[in-house]
Design a protein around this ligand. Structure first.
Ligand code: NCD
Ligand code: ZN
Length: 348
């Protein structure tokens, strides 16, 4: 039997949601990963240390009830708004309540209406973060409706990010869920200061995949998948083993009715099969030897944490992805590649 053993990975970008939805999805993330950075874009965003603490308690409580067998550590983030102050950031980071802060340009993605309207408003916050050594996680898309949706990452890099790193050269930045070759190049060029997460789905689908045989809402996420040339560049970056690229699933569950709708939500749910999807990509790229770097070593090194001690094993064995994941409120979630067969399976 073919199998690979790697140190337990961490997921550096996860949406756990809250309540019944969290209870349904958390066991899947906790089964595969030891630590995860928890995105703060709840319906009511996490903007204060107290909110982060309460949310963390709800996560740990859900873990105890629904996934007691897993050791899992949520790392909490602060949702930046126009009103965020340096004092709140400093209090939250020093007190261990915030691990990082997340910048959503206002209206760029799901639950981002309270995001930042003008990055200049946050200059004093970035100065404080720079001094504290607190990482800034960025949803790197402009939300200007006049910019073509497929160009929004590239325009963000050019107009916002390049000036930002010049102004705050010591600010540690993660460009989240990158989707373009320009982002890959930007990160490599500025690797002393910037790293990037890469999702499994952006390594697998391109923009044409969304329309294969008809419009498929379960392949719709933001940033939107781009042309094939970009997918190939992401595959090269992820599988290179390069320190500045690491795993972040951006698993983003939505109820089936919110996806299969006249105005469907953005987000792909990969918590069920994330490691298996990534392993397949690394195998196809003949880069299984670099998988541990991308999944388990590069991210913790960037964040100044130790790699995990325990291991996970992936076996080359076919299995079927469940068709849907039930939520206790009667709704359900359709996972990415629902009902399809995968070649790799994480050992239980
Ligand atoms: C995410 C969500 O649903 O919260 N959606 C997505 O398409 N990735 C938000 C985000 O990370 O952009
Ligand atoms: Zn996300």
């Amino acid at each position: 039997m073919i199998e690979i053993t790697i140190k337990r990975p961490d997921d550096w970008h996860v949406h756990l949601r809250d309540g019944a939805m969290m209870n349904a999805v958390l066991p899947y993330t906790a089964r595969q990963f030891h630590r995860a950075i928890i995105m703060p874009n709840l319906n009511k965003p996490i903007t204060t240390p107290r909110m982060a603490n309460e949310y963390k308690k709800r996560i740990l409580n859900s873990l105890e009830v629904h996934a007691e067998n897993y050791e899992f550590m949520p790392l909490m983030t602060c949702y930046l708004t126009d009103e965020t102050s340096g004092a709140i950031i400093s209090e939250g980071f020093k007190g261990g309540h915030f691990f990082a802060a997340k910048l959503y340009p206002a209206n760029a993605t799901t639950n981002s209406s309270m995001g930042v309207t003008d990055i200049k408003k946050l200059s004093s916050v970035f100065s404080v973060m720079e001094q504290l050594g607190m990482p800034l996680l960025i949803h790197g898309e402009v939300s200007d409706s006049s910019i073509d949706i497929f160009d929004r990452e590239y325009v963000f890099i050019k107009k916002i990010l390049i000036p930002l790193i010049k102004e705050f050269p010591k600010l540690k930045i993660v460009l989240e869920h990158i989707t373009t070759k320009e982002a890959v190049e930007f990160v490599r060029l500025n690797r002393k200061q910037v790293s990037a997460t890469i999702t499994a789905h952006h390594l697998i689908i391109n923009r044409t995949s969304i329309f294969e045989g008809g419009i498929n809402p379960h392949r719709y996420c933001l940033p939107i998948p781009k042309r094939e040339v970009h997918r190939l560049s992401l595959r090269e970056a992820a599988t290179s083993g390069d320190l500045c690229f690491f795993l972040g699933t951006d698993t983003a569950p939505h109820r089936i009715n919110d996806k299969e709708s006249s105005c469907g939500c953005a987000g792909i749910f990969t918590a069920v099969n994330a490691l298996e999807l990534y392993t397949q990509v690394f195998e196809e790229e003949k880069a299984l030897a670099n998988f541990e770097k991308f999944a388990s070593l590069n991210g913790s090194a960037f964040y100044g944490l130790k790699a995990n001690e325990d291991k996970v094993i992936l076996i080359k064995e076919k299995w079927h992805v469940p068709g849907l994941i039930p939520v206790s409120d009667g709704s359900s979630i359709i996972p990415y590649k629902a009902g399809e067969t995968l070649d790799w399976k994480m050992k239980p």
